[in-house]
Design a protein around this ligand. Structure first.
Ligand code: GDP
Length: 318
């Protein structure tokens, strides 16, 4: 019998890749939308996803939707995705990226109790829950110590997944390190760089203004991270999984690689450090140890740093 999945945040980068992978497996995919406007563009790209309107932060609506859809798998990807933006709206970030996860987990638990269906919840967590970690690389045992409203909200949701697991709901938290693709919006530094490098190479832009070039991140290929979510949902036991490549690079490394790919060797001439993009608080280095996911889920990242940069720059040059 075919499986049914309910995806929140289906219109984002990860939601799109997840919908594609699930539909490719014959899974019936239901997606949550906050606003009717989002639906129009989404429908042309994903006519096979069944859309539902609803506010993720409304637990009554979420419980009704879960009862109506009867999903085997729920992927909670919705949230404020920008760390920088979370300082502008810490309360909204807490509600959407934190508290709403409790609503989803509770709805899944209630549905399981009422029907006996083995509902499985995958919470998309983030490396930001570790803040400025003392140990490197981080793994599932690294203490939670967020330093941004985004990280704090995600830490709450991560903890709630564990809380519901102790109540025998199959609840997974995948601690996702930065994962990128040509579908990444330019609010994220990777796409901002690849778009900037492409425009400069084509003579359509003079400079690229960035913040901290020394920050180091573990950047992977978004579709690989979605594959990890599906594997975690189908595994025989629920748990937390760090999903990362295990290699970090600086923003400067990313800039150099992107400009070289776009045919520019002297990137320093074009990049301006603008204090407006330097964050008040920023993790220095995040790098993850995905050993547990590799061992238990058979997961492995398929795209390395140079290939990732290359794919993103090539897409922007096109
Ligand atoms: P995040 O790790 O989820 O916050 O992903 P981002 O892509 O937004 O940021 C990654 C790193 O790049 C952070 O350490 C930022 O401080 C750094 N960074 C440097 N310049 C910029 C910039 O112009 N925009 C963004 N978004 N990040 C920047």
């Amino acid at each position: 019998m075919s499986r049914t999945a309910f995806v929140t945040g289906v219109s984002g980068q990860d939601g799109g890749y997840l919908a594609e992978q699930l539909l490719g497996q014959g899974v019936q995919v239901h997606g949550l939308f906050r606003w009717p406007e989002q639906l129009t563009t989404f429908r042309t790209r994903f006519p096979d996803v069944q859309p539902h309107l609803g506010d993720l932060t409304n637990p009554t609506r979420m419980a009704a939707l879960v009862a109506e859809i009867g999903p085997d798998e729920i992927y909670n990807l919705a949230g404020i995705s920008s760390v920088a933006q979370s300082w502008a709206d810490p309360v909204g970030t807490g509600r959407v990226s934190g508290l709403a996860a409790a609503g989803i987990l509770h709805a899944a638990y209630q549905h399981k109790e009422a029907t006996g269906q083995d509902v499985r919840v995958v919470q998309a967590s983030s490396a930001e829950i570790f803040g400025n970690p003392v140990n490197s690389p981080q793994d599932e045992s690294t203490p939670l110590a967020p330093i941004t409203p985004y990280g704090a909200a995600k830490a709450y949701a991560h903890t709630m997944a564990g809380t519901f697991r102790s109540r025998e709901l199959f609840a997974v938290s995948v601690v996702l390190y930065n994962h990128e693709s040509p579908r990444r919006p330019p609010q994220f530094v990777t796409r901002k760089i690849t778009q900037g490098a492409a425009l400069i190479a084509r003579g359509e832009q003079d400079e690229l203004r960035l913040g901290n070039l020394d920050a180091r991140r573990d950047w992977g290929w978004a579709p690989d991270y979605v594959d990890a979510m599906i594997r975690a949902a189908r595994h025989d036991v629920a748990g937390d999984y760090v999903i990362a490549t295990g290699r970090s690079h600086s923003v400067r490394d990313f800039v150099a690689a992107a400009f070289t790919r776009a045919g520019i060797d002297d990137w320093e001439k074009y990049v301006v450090v603008d204090p407006a993009f330097v964050r008040p608080v920023d993790a220095v280095e995040l790098v993850g140890d995905s050993g547990k996911a590799r061992r238990e889920l058979g997961w492995t990242p398929t795209v390395d740093f140079d290939e990732l940069v290359g794919r993103m720059v090539d897409a922007d040059l096109r």
